[in-house]
Design a protein around this ligand. Structure first.
Ligand code: PEP
Ligand code: MG
Length: 586
């Protein structure tokens, strides 16, 4: 650490939980200097050749990376690389660069920058998060070509030292996946990005702590600086004072010890001291998360967010692609229940082919089941694939964001139509499997008694339920302080949903973030939820905690809490109760 090294503490966005302390490995992705030169007429031909060679080399590198990922467990990321390769070969890029080199007699690096700037302007006109992220993809490709033109090293994963904290302006999904695969990355820190950015998704899937949206920190941090990351709270320290560093290391040690202790019970059932059994399941976005989920003790998949099959491509997956993904999950889970949610596209998760659709209020717009019911061909491809895959394991289908009975009936009717069609085609399917819904709108919570008559199970999506109940945009940092799972209105909704499910005789689970948060374990136990579904990293700790609690205590504390009013009062009450019982939470 140099004597003038900065020291700072920063609040950014926690994108993947966990803590890490290490030396910064700064990826200078953004600052590829682009030389600008005018060519003599006789140099144009050579320049076109240089450009072609750089594109060929870039393609070769992408194919090599892709092959390496395919051999390991990174098939989803391999798809992302394929999308990058197609972008690299897009005439909008290649032909335009060739034209510019010839017409304006400029060097290839300059031409690449000018053309990609134009492409990004096109994306700029589309004001949604998904397309802001696609602009980044254009930059990654341009950077690769320019670096190859300049003869610079492109793929750095070989150089990353053990325990590195990767600091970057932004990271492509390919970079994040390759870096995580080295097993030497302790955490990711990026200037840009939100909790739904690809880096965040890859980091969570790999249980690597990550802090994103950290402003211009990649310019402030120097290689080798000591960086501490708290991915749960979104905190970042650069060269912290010795005392702070000691405290951070102590917190980290405690967290690791708790993790090790929790792993010892990972394969045991989550059962309270008075015999209440909770099935612990895993949330997943990518197939490669499955081994870690199983190692963490997942007893099934409670939520497979299938929209992630759509997010890195410009067209919808075919029925066959859907089928192969579902078959693979079902087979890997070997008879354990697998809850596959039909796509929740829209809102903050826009596929490439919806790029031109602007919605004034996407969270309340054409999202999830509403979108699927509008896009019947897409929906039918997914349903047919699910039905075909049903013979390969223990399938459960779940519809997202159902707000009324009509939607559930309509979706079920479409499923039965697909079943009849496949049956006529002589395709084998499993007889019957449960078809349930996410309860994640206040509307569904209010009519849960009626929905319970026609759904085979409920899974509570607290991320959205809280967003809509408290009228807080879950993407908006300015109102994040109002996002309170212990708000009385949320607790009343949760209780109403759980009671309605019980009265209807159907299982009720939870797959929103609240399910994996140990601070709410007593509430979840009191609600009597039969299943909790969460990312792999949270399963062992929640299991360990549940094994130390009694359901009777949980019911008692919840009854008392429901007599209070504010989230602060309720939280104080819970913490006091836990302290008296000697239960340590998050
Ligand atoms: C939820 O809303 O709680 C949920 C699990 O769904 P998603 O986070 O995918 O919207
Ligand atoms: Mg949701």
């Amino acid at each position: 650490m140099s004597t003038q090294a900065i020291s700072l503490k920063l609040q950014a966005i926690g994108a993947s939980p966990g803590m890490a302390v290490g030396r910064a490995f700064v990826l200078d992705r953004r600052r590829v200097r682009t030389p600008k030169m005018k060519l003599g007429g006789q140099e144009v031909e050579r320049e076109l050749m240089r450009f072609k060679t750089a594109v060929d080399l870039s393609e070769h590198q992408l194919l090599e990376l892709k092959a390496r990922l395919e051999q390991s467990d990174g098939k989803d990321h391999a798809l992302i690389l394929e999308a990058h390769r197609l972008m690299l070969r897009d005439p909008m890029l290649v032909d335009e660069v060739n034209k510019l080199i010839a017409a304006e007699q400029i060097n290839a690096e300059w031409a690449v920058r000018r053309v990609t700037r134009k492409i990004k302007h096109l994306f700029d006109e589309i004001p949604d998060e998904y397309f802001r992220e696609r602009r980044a993809d254009v930059d990654f490709i341009a950077d690769r070509v320019v670096r190859n033109l300049l003869g610079q090293v492109v793929d750095v994963e070989e150089e990353v030292p053990e325990g590195a904290i990767i600091v970057a302006h932004d990271l492509s999904p390919a970079d994040a996946a390759m870096l995580a695969r080295t097993g030497r990355v302790a955490a990711f820190v990026t200037d840009v990005g939100g909790s739904t950015s690809h880096t965040a998704i890859v980091a969570r899937a790999r249980s690597t702590p990550a802090v994103v949206g950290a402003g211009r920190v990649s310019e402030q941090i120097s290689p080798g600086d000591v960086v501490a990351v708290d991915g749960s709270r979104g905190l970042l320290w650069v060269n912290p004072p010795a005392g702070t560093l000691t405290d951070i290391r102590a917190d980290l040690e405690k967290l690791l010890a708790r993790g090790r202790e929790a792993m010892q019970v990972a394969q045991l059932p989550a059962i309270t001291t008075d015999g209440f059994r909770v099935r612990m399941q895993g949330n997943m976005e990518f197939l490669e998360e499955i081994p870690e989920l199983l190692a963490a003790g997942a007893e099934g998949i409670g939520l497979y967010r299938t929209e992630f099959l759509f997010l890195d491509r410009l067209d919808a997956p075919t029925e066959e692609e859907h089928y192969l993904a579902y078959r693979s999950v079902l087979e890997k889970l070997g008879g354990r229940p697998v809850t596959i949610r039909t796509v929740d596209l829209g809102g903050d998760k826009m596929p490439g082919f919806r790029k031109a659709e602007r919605e004034p209020n996407p969270a309340m717009g054409l999202r999830a089941i509403r979108y699927s019911l509008r896009q019947r061909d897409m929906f039918r491809a997914q349903l047919r694939a699910l039905l075909r895959a049903s013979v390969h394991g223990n399938l459960r289908i779940m519809f997202p964001l159902v707000s009324g009975l009509a939607e559930l009936r309509e979706a079920r009717t479409e499923l039965e139509r697909c079943r009849a069609e496949l049956s006529r085609e002589g395709v084998p399917m499993s007889g019957r499997f449960p078809v349930g819904i996410m309860v994640e709108t206040p509307s569904a919570a209010w009519i849960a008694d009626r929905l319970g008559q026609e759904a085979d199970f409920f899974s509570i999506g607290t991320n959205d339920l809280i967003q809509y109940t408290l009228a807080i945009d879950r993407q908006n940092r300015d109102v994040a302080y109002l996002y309170r799972p212990l708000h009385l209105s949320v607790l009343r909704s949760l209780k109403a949903i759980a009671d309605a499910g019980r009265a209807a005789g159907i299982p009720v689970s939870m797959c929103g973030e609240m399910a994996g948060d140990s601070r709410y374990a007593l509430v979840l136990l009191a609600l009597g939820l039969e299943e909790l579904s969460m990312p792999a990293g949270q399963i062992p700790a929640m299991k360990a905690l549940i094994r130390r609690c009694s359901r009777a205590d949980a019911v008692r504390v919840m009854d008392e809490a429901m007599k209070l009013t504010t989230a602060e009062e309720i939280e104080r009450h819970l913490r006091g109760f836990e302290a008296r019982l000697g239960i340590e939470v998050g």
